[in-house]
Design a protein around this ligand. Structure first.
Ligand code: NAP
Length: 338
């Protein structure tokens, strides 16, 4: 990359377009930092706006007593941030040089930007089983979801038999949560023992509304407008069966969108961005901050993502002010880190 190809130097660059990214942009814009957002280029499985773009009604985002549609909420957040002077482009950042300052970013179309500070807010994607009807019904609000806390309380799940796929803590937690609304919860797990912690497994196994289909995988999701049943296959005997359900919650883990950050900042063993200090969003590289699901493997809620987006913007602002006070602000000098 040569400096002559660089589009410009920005005070703060934000990568992402979910609640964390737009909240960071809103705070940075109101602090007159004129944030520049890489919203993402979009693909079949990932569209700018993050995971809420795949959700129907959101009932647990404060401030909307009658709920709000996920895509509408994201549109509002985007427009609010743009209204205060945020600029954005629909491109993916594919490479970051964090070994020099200002940081240098390269997009999928070749755009290069220098950044005095950087906020990583690329989110995470729920893992899916990869079945055709699963994806269609998840997108149409037809009773398939990867977020029990987000969708479980919706009217069409109430009083139904609900399936939860997975055997980890998320599957246990989701199942227990869903017992509030479901007539029965059926956990479908591909092995004969759970991966989940003892305490969570015990809670699920002793709950009178929960039963388990051991050694089963879902091979087909049945239903036209809404889900009606699952086709299951026994992983030991190969036997095929059908289970009538009114909903399916996939809880087989998440993948943080952090692949492009390998070698840029430190990642945890599970692939999420490391933020070493409690209650801080700064990464292992000073001046680079992370917010939302790309760094949060625990809460993963829209409102917590927004909260950490706010924190990242405030930290970036303070970090830049501190650099300025130290006489470093807007130095064109390139600093190569160890
Ligand atoms: P996880 O621990 O990776 O468990 C994923 C589960 O899904 C496993 O049981 C796995 O089966 C199953 N699975 C994966 N791919 C599958 C596929 N294609 N088809 C069918 N089943 C599949 O993920 P998680 O439950 O989301 O938990 C992630 C981390 O967050 C863990 O460290 C967990 O302890 C933590 N967490 C903690 C809490 C809590 O403490 N309250 C709540 C939620 C999550 P196998 O077991 O056969 O591999």
């Amino acid at each position: 990359m040569s400096d002559s190809e660089i589009r410009g130097r920005e005070t703060v660059v934000i990568i992402g377009s979910g609640p964390a990214a737009w909240t960071a942009a809103l705070y940075a814009a109101r602090a007159l930092m004129e944030p520049f957002v890489f919203e993402g280029a979009g693909s079949r499985t990932m569209i700018p706006g993050g995971q809420l773009m795949f959700t129907t009604e959101v009932e647990n985002y404060p401030g909307f007593k009658d709920g709000v549609m996920g895509p509408d909420l994201m549109m509002e957040m985007r427009e609010q941030a743009l209204g205060f002077g945020t600029r954005s482009i629909w491109e993916d950042v594919v490479d970051i040089d964090s070994g020099r300052y200002p940081f240098r970013l390269l997009s999928n179309t070749g755009t290069q930007v220098l950044a005095d500070s950087l906020i990583l807010a690329t989110g995470a994607n729920a893992k899916w089983l990869g079945l055709k009807n699963e994806e269609r019904l998840a997108q149409s609000g037809g009773g398939v979801s990867a977020c029990a806390v987000c969708d479980g309380a919706l009217p069409h799940f109430r009083g139904n038999v609900l399936a939860v796929v997975g055997g980890g803590d998320s599957a246990m937690e989701d199942s227990l949560y869903l017992t509030k609304f479901a007539e029965q919860v059926v956990i479908i797990h591909r092995r004969d023992e759970f991966r989940a912690s003892k305490i969570m497994s015990e809670r699920a196994l002793t709950h009178d509304k929960i039963r388990v289909e051991w050694n089963k995988v879902v091979t087909e999701v049945l239903g036209d407008e809404t889900i009606t049943a699952l086709r299951l296959e026994d992983t030991v005997s190969g036997e095929v069966s059908e289970l009538e359900v009114g909903g399916m919650f996939v809880a087989i883990g998440h993948t943080p969108n952090a692949g492009f950050l390998n070698g840029v900042v430190e990642l945890k063993d599970n692939g999420y961005v490391e933020t070493p200090m409690p209650w801080r969003t700064e990464t292992s590289v000073p001046g680079i901050f992370a917010a939302g699901d790309v760094m949060d493997d625990y809460f993963r809620q829209a409102v917590t993502a927004a909260g950490t987006g706010c924190m990242a913007a405030l930290e970036a602002e303070r970090w830049l002010a501190h650099r300025g006070a130290a006489g470093n602000e807007h130095s064109e000098e390139l600093v190569v880190r160890d």
